[in-house]
Every structure is written in structure tokens, then in C-alpha cells.
Design a binder for this molecule. Structure first.
Ligand code: OSB
Ligand code: MG
Length: 375
């Protein structure tokens, strides 16, 4: 490839969620989303979506820190490195520690751009091997068990292949018990978003072994691989790590410590396609299934998640679901839809393969900055 990046455009859009999404770390009612657009010298462009949230409660990044890091450090480093292909971006940005969501948003835009210039679907450009991905849903904490059962029932009717419910202390075994009683055969998992402590909660987490769960996602603190290893030895149910895995190195550490048997990969959390590729290849080589997580993305982020999910290591249904579950109207056309069988067909269009609705983005924009990469 011979890219010549000339500018990066940042926009913040505000998008209300159809329904609040609640996890152990808080409730989200709207998203403030950083959209990144990368332009090359001939006017071609690609889109990325930075998944950093409004508040630093899932990880340390926020949309405001990501904006600052992107404008002040990512863009100048890209300019100085004279990046010529998407595969060089991650290396060019390596002087910046952490801030992975900021880097991933820009890297994603450049991958989309490169696939568009090459006139191929992004999923093929990154060497995806399946043209259809399998889908699960993540269901937030609800006001009542009845509401949760209603939601599960509706998602199953839509065809989703796996149900994940959020849990937190005081809203865990009883919820799982209720879902299992109503849906004995459904493929079911739980996600704690780091809400438990090994010192006090091991007996409770062991009770979850009675419900034939596919996995328990991120029960303990993000940095705590050692205790996840201890906990995994106490549990029959596989532990899946989300927050804990930000790089290939700690995926390897987690595996060596027996801290998990499954890995959730999110493009933003791991800093982009390069790192995500390395982790999925590691999973494939070591018998660790991986799946693509979600961060309440709008259509651009969702399209990138679809591309990522076509890689060979992604053998479990991900949290990549239809636009209509979150948005009254998405920012891409057509919106992401899921088949009656709970699958999404990888698009055939070039790049991310979904048309970005520029007029809608313009109407939703509350902040904009253009950074020139050439003098
Ligand atoms: O832990 O997977 C998570 C949403 C925001 C932050 C963290 C998580 C989630 C989800 C939603 O579970 C998944 C989705 O986008 O559908
Ligand atoms: Mg999670």
C-alpha cells in the first residue's frame, strides 16, 4: 500500500440510547461518540469510531481524554512517521503508552480507508475467513426479574444464539436461577464487569457452577490475573476475561496463569486491529476461543466489529448485534441487521461496507476538529 494521509477529522456526536444500559459500574442513557475520519491525498476517506465512554468507569479512558490524545499526540506521530499503510499505524503510535481506545479509533479509520482504496471489503482486507458471523446479545441489569425474562425471551425470538446477562453483587445467582428455570437450554453467560472480590465472593461465584453457564466474564478486578487464576481453579465454569486483556502480552500471561479459558476481544480496549489480530492468533494456537465484545457502538464501530469477527479465532458468538437494539436511527445505511438464525452477513461493499450517513452525522455533531498531517 502507498497511503498518503493528509488530514484527520474528529467529530463528537451525541446519540441517545433507546433504553438505558446498566452494568455493575453504572447506567448509560446516551452516548457521546468520537468519530474519526482519515483522508488521503486523493480525497478518499475512511471512518473509525472511538469506543471510549463518557466516564472512566469501564477503563481509564473517556471521550475527552481520547480526543486530547488523538489531536495532540496520535496525529503528530502519524504525520512524523509518514505512515504508508494501515499495518504501520500501531508501530508508529507505540511511543504513546496505553490510551488504546484513542489509538484504535484512528487505526480503524485508516484500515477502512486502505480497504476502500484497495476496493475490497475490510473483512477480506484483514484476511477474515468467514462471510457470516454468529451473534449474541448483552442484556443490562433490569428493574425487575420479570423485565429481564421478557427481554431474554424477545432476544431469543429474534434469533440470537447466545444470551449474556449483566450481574453484580446482590443481583446474580437469583437472576441466573430465574433465567435458567424459564429457558433451560439456552446458551447463557454472565458478565460482572469486575464487581466481585476473591476474598469474599468465591463461595457465591462457585454457586454459578450449578447453571451450566458458557462462561463468567470478568468477575474480578482488571489487573488481577493471579486471583483470576486462583478463582478459575475453584470453578468449573470457564472464566472469560474482558477488561483484563489489553494486549497480547497479558493474554499470554492470563493463559500461563490459567486465569481464563476464553477471551473477549474489543478493538478499542486492545488498541486496534494489529493487537486484536495477535490475540486472536494466540487464542487459535493455544485452544483459547475468542469472541468480539461490544461497547454500545453506533454503526461505524459495529461495522468494524463485524469485520473483526470474521477472523479465524473468533469461534464463539460475539456481542455484535443489530443497530435497532440500541438506536432509533443509526449513522450507517443500511443499519446493521441480524438474520432469524442470529447471524450477520459480512457486507460486500468496500471498506466497512456500510454507507456512512454524513448528513445525519453533521446534524448530530456537537464538536469538530480538523488536524492537518502535512505542512
Ligand atoms: O463488558 O462487555 C462489556 C457495554 C459497555 C461496556 C462494557 C461492556 C458492554 C456490553 C455491551 O456488555 C455489549 C454491546 O455493545 O452490545
Ligand atoms: Mg464485558
Amino acid at each position: 500500500m502507498n497511503l498518503q494521509l493528509v488530514r484527520i477529522e474528529l467529530r463528537e456526536i451525541k446519540l441517545p440510547l433507546k433504553w438505558p444500559f446498566e452494568t455493575s459500574f453504572g447506567r448509560t442513557t446516551r452516548r457521546r461518540i468520537l468519530i474519526v475520519r482519515a483522508f488521503d491525498k486523493d480525497g478518499a476517506s475512511g471512518y473509525g469510531e472511538c469506543v471510549a465512554a463518557e466516564n472512566p468507569f469501564y477503563n481509564h479512558e473517556t471521550i475527552d481524554t481520547a480526543w486530547l490524545i488523538t489531536a495532540k499526540y496520535v496525529a503528530p506521530l502519524l504525520a512524523a512517521a509518514r505512515v504508508e499503510s494501515a499495518s504501520q499505524v500501531s508501530q508508529a503510535l507505540s511511543p504513546i503508552r496505553e490510551n488504546r481506545m484513542a489509538k484504535a479509533g484512528v487505526e480503524a479509520a485508516i484500515w477502512d480507508l486502505e480497504a476502500k482504496i484497495s476496493k475490497v471489503p475490510l473483512w477480506q482486507h484483514i484476511k477474515g475467513t468467514r462471510c457470516e458471523i454468529t451473534c449474541g446479545v448483552s442484556i443490562g441489569l433490569q428493574n425487575s426479574t420479570e423485565e429481564l425474562l421478557d427481554k431474554v425471551s424477545r432476544e431469543l425470538e429474534s434469533g440470537y444464539q447466545r444470551i449474556k446477562i449483566k450481574i453484580k453483587p446482590g443481583k446474580d445467582v437469583q437472576l441466573v436461577e430465574a433465567v435458567r428455570a424459564r429457558f433451560p437450554a439456552v446458551t447463557l453467560s454472565v458478565d460482572a464487569n469486575s464487581a466481585y472480590r476473591i476474598e469474599t465472593d468465591t463461595p457465591l461465584l462457585k454457586r454459578l457452577d450449578d447453571y451450566n453457564l458458557l462462561m463468567i466474564e470478568q468477575p474480578l478486578a482488571p489487573g488481577d490475573l493471579v486471583d483470576h487464576g486462583k478463582l478459575q481453579r475453584e470453578l468449573q465454569t470457564p472464566i472469560c476475561l474482558d477488561e483484563s486483556i489489553v494486549s497480547l502480552t497479558n493474554a499470554r500471561h492470563a493463559h500461563e496463569l490459567g486465569a481464563c479459558r476464553i477471551i473477549n476481544i474489543k478493538l478499542g480496549r486492545v488498541g486496534g486491529y494489529s493487537e486484536a489480530q495477535s490475540i486472536q492468533a494466540f487464542g487459535l494456537a493455544h485452544g483459547l476461543p475468542v469472541w468480539c465484545g461490544g461497547m454500545l457502538e453506533a454503526g461505524i464501530g459495529r461495522a468494524h466489529n463485524i469485520a473483526l469477527s470474521t477472523l479465524p479465532g473468533f469461534t464463539l458468538p460475539g456481542d455484535v448485534s443489530a443497530s435497532e437494539r440500541y438506536w432509533e436511527e443509526d449513522i450507517v445505511e443500511p443499519p446493521v441487521t441480524v438474520s432469524r438464525e442470529g447471524t450477520i452477513r459480512a457486507p460486500t461493499g468496500h471498506g466497512i461496507g456500510y454507507e456512512v450517513n454524513e448528513a445525519r452525522i453533521e446534524a448530530l455533531t456537537v464538536r469538530r476538529e480538523i488536524i492537518h498531517l502535512t505542512s
